[in-house]
Design a protein around this ligand. Structure first.
Ligand code: F6P
Length: 323
């Protein structure tokens, strides 16, 4: 292996830059040439390659977003686009790839590998933390802290007005951000897709949750909650409990931005180095994750298809902490 490429793809996550930096520096350390691909698979299909030197990644460890930019590129499902991307990689002399992203990114990498045999290792980068094969994904810790900061602020205004707030946090199909930011923010209830809930339970909980005695009441709702989104649930609660002063706050994309936390910078650096070392050792079609504080390589198949369980015992904590 002489030359590798690194790219970020799908939803950006704080810490992706720290990972790009680690990949570039680890490649150079091991005597490899390295290029960046801008805008993920779109850039690969457009031959948007940029040479990366050590100084190309100076001062980016603390930057949010991704200097390589990102894109969601559905066209990559089509083999013709993958062929074009592969041919561009061959022309550029690339013989290994490091893909930083989530589920969709690894699906693209797996197909590219299966079709054309280009060795690829993934680094799990998504705020959702929904990838099997790693305890945490790059960006999750920062996103949780951003959500927590917002919940603390909402608590101030909620308590001042004796209000009930439904706070929606990101997590397309997973409740990791909701669970952790909810526990950290002292939420009175947390609704996540991994745990079945009903509107009646939410309302009963509001009734028995002592909202009359408490100055504020915060219910954190994961974006992927099966009952519906925070607006829908709040509407149902208003209909059932018209005397309550209910508001909704959707935290949205602020959770994707900002300077990565120390945990994310270190996690991203470890994963980036592990990806390069894995490629050099002949690994491919795997994700470089961290399990029990040790590097662990998990097949793309498992990372994509196996469901990472949410510790539902955490929900018990919410009950205990609200008694
Ligand atoms: O996967 C990360 C994520 O932020 C999800 O939590 C969210 O559902 C999705 O991306 C939003 O994607 P986009 O920015 O493309 O709308």
């Amino acid at each position: 292996m002489k030359k590798i490429a690194v790219f970020t793809s799908g939803g950006d996550a704080p810490g992706m830059n720290a990972c790009v930096r680690a990949v570039v520096r680890a490649a150079l350390y091991n005597g490899l040439e390295v290029v960046g691909i801008r805008r993920g698979y779109k850039g690969m299909a457009d031959a948007d390659f940029i040479p990366m030197e050590s100084h190309s990644v100076s001062d980016i460890i603390g930057l949010g977003g991704t200097i390589l930019k990102s894109a969601r590129f559905d066209e990559f499902r089509d083999i013709e686009w993958r062929k074009k991307a592969y041919e561009n990689c061959v022309k550029e002399g690339i013989d290994g790839l490091v893909a930083i992203g989530g589920n969709g990114t690894f699906t693209g990498a797996k197909l590219l590998m299966e079709n054309f045999g280009i060795p690829t290792i993934g680094c799990p980068g998504t705020i959702d933390n929904d990838l099997y094969g790693t305890d945490y994904t790059i960006g999750f810790d920062t996103a949780v802290n951003t959500a927590l900061d917002a919940i603390d602020k909402i608590r101030d205004t909620a308590a001042s007005h004796d209000r009930v707030f439904f706070v929606e946090v990101m997590g397309r199909d997973a409740g990791f951000i909701a669970m952790q930011s909810g526990i950290g923010g002292g939420a009175e209830d947390i609704l996540v897709p991994e745990i079945p809930d009903t509107i009646d339970e939410v309302i009963d909980n509001l009734k028995k949750g002592g909202y009359k005695e408490k100055p504020s009441h915060i219910i954190v709702v994961a974006e992927g909650e099966e009952i519906g989104n925070a607006n829908f649930i709040a509407q149902k609660a208003k209909e059932a409990l018209p005397n309550l002063d209910i508001r909704v706050s959707n935290l949205g994309h602020i959770q994707r931005g900002g300077s990565p936390s120390a945990i994310d910078r270190i996690l991203a650096s470890r994963m980036g180095i592990a990806a390069v070392e894995g490629l050099i050792a002949g690994k491919s079609n795997v994700m470089a994750g961290i399990i029990d504080d040790k590097v662990a390589y998990t097949s793309f198949d498992d990372a994509i298809n196996k469901k990472k369980p949410l510790d539902v015992e955490l929900n018990k904590m919410v009950e205990i902490l609200n008694s």
